[in-house]
Design a protein around this ligand. Sequence first.
Ligand SMILES: Nc1ncnc2c1ncn2[C@@H]1O[C@H](COP(=O)(O)OP(=O)(O)OP(=O)(O)O)[C@@H](O)[C@H]1O
Ligand SMILES: [Mg+2]
Length: 153
Amino acid sequence: MRVVFVSNSLDDTKKLALMISKNLFVGSVITLDGDLGAGKTTFTKFLAQGLGIKEEVLSPTFNILRCYFSGKMPLYHIDAYRLEDQINNDIGLEEVIEGDGVCVIEWSKFIVSLIYEPLNIQIIITSSNSRRFEISSEYSKYFDLLNDLKEMN
Ligand SMILES: Nc1ncnc2c1ncn2[C@@H]1O[C@H](COP(=O)(O)OP(=O)(O)OP(=O)(O)O)[C@@H](O)[C@H]1O
Ligand SMILES: [Mg+2]
């Protein structure tokens, strides 16, 4: 199942992220892909707000993983950009992917074999302030969420 959401502003992206955050559950996994500057971290910041997270969400590029525990469930934010293909199982990312909270993964293509039953979000830059969000999943646990999103645009 697949839904397209057009965002023409940060406010639109916030609306989308808040709507998605309402439908998340323990074990949700979201992959976020798209070019540098597409809005993956920006989307995650709004998603964190929706989960009631109080801390500032920073890009995990140089840390690979950042964890936030002040919301209604834990948020694990992974940025796999610097892992490229050199992943080894010692890092323990599997524990937070499908862990006790929500896991969001930027540049998921670099750790594809570790990812379990995701909701996929592809962000395409259409102009300086506009983004096309392509949101899809083959897993029925996300179909209610995808149906809700259909009503939005
Ligand atoms: N409609 C929009 N939705 C989201 N971000 C937007 C939008 N319009 C402009 N932007 C801007 O695009 C930039 C997105 O940067 P962000 O760091 O979120 O990208 P990223 O995909 O995480 O990049 P990277 O791959 O480097 O981690 C921000 O400066 C944001 O303000
Ligand atoms: Mg980022």
